[in-house]
Design a protein around this ligand. Structure first.
Ligand code: NAD
Length: 296
């Protein structure tokens, strides 16, 4: 793997974290987004993020200065990718936006450039023919709070070159990730393939009034020594996102309709949107599941 220059396309929730983490580990990173206003805001967000690196990783001022020196900003796609060994795409989870993005990217990126998508719910094979280089196209999926939840799932499609895949595994390690290679294309990668059915099962117990969220969480936490139960995880993901995912599945899963109704009435309308809003299934910043007596 001899990548030097990486372009991160899309500087939202995940993109700006991927850009900073990659620059922190010594790569030159060009941050690309739709206009200069968005890019001006991301610069400010990087300063906030650097405080987390100090606090959570004991990052030194010298490391952070080097990180900022490795970052550049560009709202012209051709310019942003002109030297790129790798483009990591983190544009919104919307088929239309991603389709348009790959059409444009394939026109302007150098032949050598590898493309990686951070999509959570789509597959690389959906976009491979738009890239103009299916053999150099891979999914590279990160988790939110990348600097502490530092894992990356690497998943090719049937035509991905093995060498490209291996290079991405090496790259993931080089930016401080636990690299998790996936050998077959799988919707939801590893984590979400397990997590989504688990969370759906938990919400079904709640919707059917079999028990309440605290008891359901306690059953899981006590049995496996887990610090979080499913409803604490839903709070971390955010109730809005949970609502949107349930909405996407309403045609295929009959249990989604009562869940949507309950979430809307009890959480969305009153504004209890999970951890970031101060209230979801639990109250924050000191949720009950973190107290010493919770499992007594
Ligand atoms: P987001 O909406 O927070 O950010 C998207 C960014 O892309 C915004 O800055 C937006 O201005 C920019 N953008 C829009 N159109 C663009 C275009 N044509 N070209 C370049 N930039 C464009 O989204 P997000 O939550 O960061 O998600 C991005 C990707 O990461 C999605 O594919 C999502 O599935 C994946 N992901 C998200 C999370 C998460 O927890 N949010 C976790 C893992 C993976």
């Amino acid at each position: 793997m001899n990548f030097k220059n990486v372009t991160v396309a899309g500087s939202g929730v995940l993109g700006y974290q991927i850009a900073f983490q990659t620059a922190f580990h010594g790569f030159k990173v060009s941050v690309y987004d739709i206009n200069d206003d968005v890019l001006a805001k991301v610069k400010a967000k990087f300063f906030e993020l650097s405080e987390c690196y100090k606090h959570d990783l004991n990052a030194t001022q010298e490391q952070l200065d080097n990180t900022f020196n490795n970052l550049s900003y560009c709202s012209n796609l051709a310019e942003a990718v002109k030297d790129a060994d790798l483009v990591i795409e983190a544009v919104p989870e919307d088929v239309g936006i991603k389709t348009e993005f790959y059409k444009q990217l394939s026109q302007v990126a150098p032949e050598k450039t590898i493309f990686a998508t951070n999509t959570s719910t789509m597959l690389p094979s959906q976009f491979k023919d738009l890239t103009g280089r299916p053999e150099k196209f891979v999914a590279l999926h990160f988790a939110n709070k990348i600097w502490v939840n530092n894992m990356a799932e690497i998943m090719g499609h049937a035509e991905t070159d093995k060498k490209v895949f291996d290079n991405l595994v090496e790259f993931a390690k080089a930016i401080g990730m636990l690299a998790l290679p996936i050998y077959k294309e799988q919707p939801g990668h590893l984590l979400n393939s397990m997590l989504v059915p688990f969370l759906i099962s938990a919400t079904e117990l709640w919707v059917k009034e079999v028990s309440d969220p605290e008891m359901i969480d306690k059953a899981w936490m006590k049995s496996f020594g887990s610090p979080l139960g499913p409803f604490a995880i839903l709070d971390i993901i955010g109730i809005n996102t949970v609502y949107n995912v349930a909405k996407l599945n309403v045609d295929t899963n009959p249990n989604m309709a009562p869940l949507l109704e309950k979430l809307d009435a009890e959480f969305i309308r009153p504004g209890y949107l999970g951890m970031f809003s101060g209230k979801g299934f639990y109250n924050y910043p000191n949720p009950a599941y973190e107290t010493a007596n919770f499992l007594k």
